[in-house]
Design a protein around this ligand. Structure first.
Ligand SMILES: [Zn+2]
Length: 230
């Protein structure tokens, strides 16, 4: 039974004219990983699903330790903050679709849907398995890359790229590269490795991030190591 029916079963109103507006279901503590499959997952698919769920828990734990004050400076000069990433993450849910599922972005791999601040990350089962094959670092990347797309900086950049009515290959590449760079830097900050070789790659120089340091309140810049995988 869906959360809604469970918590707000239909009730008889003494006054038929009364209109009851139920509260919005909460979406905070847990991160759903919904299966939208029309077939029973194979053992291999189920493993990838279970591994994703375990990674979501690990990311949740790690990201709670992210300082609100961390500021990531992206290649286009826009910034993303630890605070906004934590808020976006707290509302993020996941859906796993069939390989035949086509997204609004035209792809069959997955999508990051901001969904008016209630982020929904989707993957097709084959794409999930592909990254699961890279182990923990593959799934960390898959989660953090899509989460990076939810930042205001990335959403603004995407709107700007689309503003002339076309999304060129160069624009797409720059946008995905930026998400990769942020995913890598975010992973470094919260202690989660991301896979080294990914579509659209990473910038040679990791993006900078700084935090309000311990040195009497001075700002310092920390450049994460490039060799992230153990
Ligand atoms: Zn992407």
């Amino acid at each position: 039974m869906a959360w809604f029916e469970e918590n707000y079963p239909p009730t008889e109103s003494a006054d038929d004219t009364e209109v009851v507006t139920p509260p919005t279901p909460p979406d905070s503590a847990s991160h759903d990983a919904k299966l939208n499959l029309t077939h029973t997952p194979t053992a291999a698919e189920q493993r990838a699903i279970d591994n994703l769920k375990a990674r979501v828990v690990a990311v949740d734990t790690a990201i709670k330790g992210l300082s609100d004050d961390v500021i990531y400076t992206l290649a286009d000069g826009r910034v993303a903050t630890g605070a906004e990433i934590k808020v976006a993450w707290s509302k993020t849910d996941f859906t796993i679709n069939e390989n035949s599922h086509v997204y609004a972005n035209g792809g069959r791999y997955g999508e990051a849907n901001w969904n008016n601040g209630n982020p929904e990350i989707s993957y097709n089962i084959g794409a999930l398995q592909g990254y699961d094959a890279f182990g923990v670092a593959g799934l960390n990347y898959l989660i953090l890359h899509e989460l990076s797309h939810m930042t205001e900086a990335q959403r603004e950049a995407l709107a700007e790229a689309y503003s002339d009515g076309e999304y060129s290959e160069a624009e797409r590449h720059a946008h995905e590269l930026e998400a990769n760079d942020l995913a890598r830097a975010l992973g470094e900050t919260i202690g989660l490795n991301v896979v080294n070789t990914v579509g659209d790659g990473y910038s040679t120089d990791p993006i900078s991030y700084h935090n309000f340091g311990e040195y009497y309140g001075d700002w310092y810049t920390h450049f994460p190591d490039t060799g992230i995988l153990p």
